[in-house]
Design a protein around this ligand. Structure first.
Ligand SMILES: NC(=O)c1ccc[n+]([C@@H]2O[C@H](COP(=O)([O-])OP(=O)(O)OC[C@H]3O[C@@H](n4cnc5c(N)ncnc54)[C@H](OP(=O)(O)O)[C@@H]3O)[C@@H](O)[C@H]2O)c1
Length: 355
């Protein structure tokens, strides 16, 4: 009898037919971005979701992510199109026994409040796998968008697999106080390296050196980059984790050691530009220093996704990995959050708390 009650209870928790038809709000991009994204580039519309089928879950978004790739990627979509993006969402109805009501998932659901999906369906091409979040308490579930999500894995795999730093080597990082940069620097320190960061304010630089253990951090807006490199890397740079592109990247690559490795992660310095900047020629540095320059997309390590999450979770639990979040509030404020992140308002990961 106890078993029967347990089974009945579980099936009630798994799926409640009382939930009725659910309406989701979502952002639809109707105009391509020109310069900074604008609210008028989007429409927020409401749609009624279908009945839940066997194997599916219904989720409600708690945190939505704003990421630089959103600015860069939308040009590739035919308009109008649903806005892309990651979110951490709570399962509020389920017909899948491995994804019970009350648990949280991180998924590429886009800028929307409610979603129905089959968690085991393969992700759309170029999108990230859906993950069931472990219990993160005392931390917030939003970490599933940051150090325990896509940016965390970008940092983990990008540094370890592309830069392959050895203890004692020097790593330079641009975009150093953001979600990826601040994480890369900490892994660099864990790996026994000298770490130099470049970020956009003095406060961010203080945070990097005083809180996160970077050896040096420079405000790229007010510092002569060549002098900074001479001071912080007298033996030159072995690994460069490039988040921003542009002239600063040319300067850093010209200050590298023989056989240096460059992980080209992003080029945020030009995402809002209609015409791309001209920068100092890089080929002489690449040739004469025999540099290895490799671009990457984090979904290359799709099949090792859990390895990265678990490594970062272990470092977090051991107190070796720290984080900050810039939390924006309200579904209506997605565009302000995206623009704020692109302007550098965030230290660490920028997220939006939906309610
Ligand atoms: N390859 C991949 O798979 C992958 C995955 C994730 C992210 N990325 C890339 O990694 C980079 C960092 O992403 P994130 O998510 O960690 O974002 P983030 O660093 O948390 O936020 C963006 C930061 O970029 C900086 N920034 C804005 N304009 C800049 C400019 N003109 N020059 C230099 N810095 C500028 C701002 O900080 P400041 O105050 O320092 O200017 C801002 O805080 C981006 O280029 C992104 O596209 C790539």
């Amino acid at each position: 009898m106890a078993k029967l009650y347990k089974a009945m209870f579980n099936s009630m928790r798994l799926y409640s037919s009382n939930i009725g038809k659910v309406k989701s709000q979502k952002y639809v991009l109707t105009k391509y971005f020109q310069g900074e994204p604008k609210k008028s580039d989007f429409k927020i519309i409401e749609e009624e979701l279908p009945e839940l089928q066997d194997g599916e879950i219904l989720t409600e978004a708690e945190y939505l992510s704003v990421d630089p790739y959103m600015r860069a990627y939308m040009i590739g979509y035919k308009l109008p199109t649903d806005m892309i993006g990651g979110q951490v969402a709570k399962i509020i109805a389920s017909r899948h026994d491995k994804f019970p009501v009350g648990k949280y998932v991180a998924g590429s659901f886009g800028w929307r409040t409610h979603t129905i999906c089959n968690p085991e369906a393969p992700p759309r091409l170029g999108f990230l796998p859906l993950t069931l979040l472990p219990d993160l308490s005392p931390h917030c579930v939003s970490l599933g968008l940051g150090i325990l999500g896509m940016p965390g894995n970008t940092s983990y795999f990008g540094l370890k697999e592309i830069c392959k730093p050895k203890p004692g080597e020097t790593i330079a990082i641009t975009g150093a106080a953001g979600a990826v940069g601040s994480h890369v620097g900490q892994i660099g320190k864990i790996m026994g390296c000298r770490v130099i960061g470049f970020a956009g304010t003095d406060e961010k630089c203080d945070y990097l050196t005083k809180e996160l253990g970077f050896d040096y951090a420079f405000n790229y807006k007010t510092t002569n980059i060549k002098s900074a490199l001479r001071e912080a890397a007298p033996d030159r740079v072995d690994c460069y984790f490039d988040n921003v592109g542009g002239e600063i990247s040319s300067t850093i690559m010209s200050h590298m050691n023989h056989y240096g490795r460059v992980a080209v992660c992003g080029s945020i310095s030009s995402y809002n530009d209609a015409t791309l900047p001209k920068v100092t020629i890089l080929q002489p540095a690449i040739v004469f220093k025999e540099l290895k320059v490799e671009g990457f997309l984090v979904n290359r390590w799709f099949n090792r996704w859990e390895e990265g999450i678990n490594a970062n979770l272990d470092w977090l639990k051991d107190g070796k990995l720290k984080y900050q979040e810039k939390v924006y509030h309200g579904f209506d404020n997605m565009v302000d959050a995206l623009v704020g992140m692109l302007r550098g308002e965030n230290t660490g990961k920028a997220v939006v708390k939906v309610k």
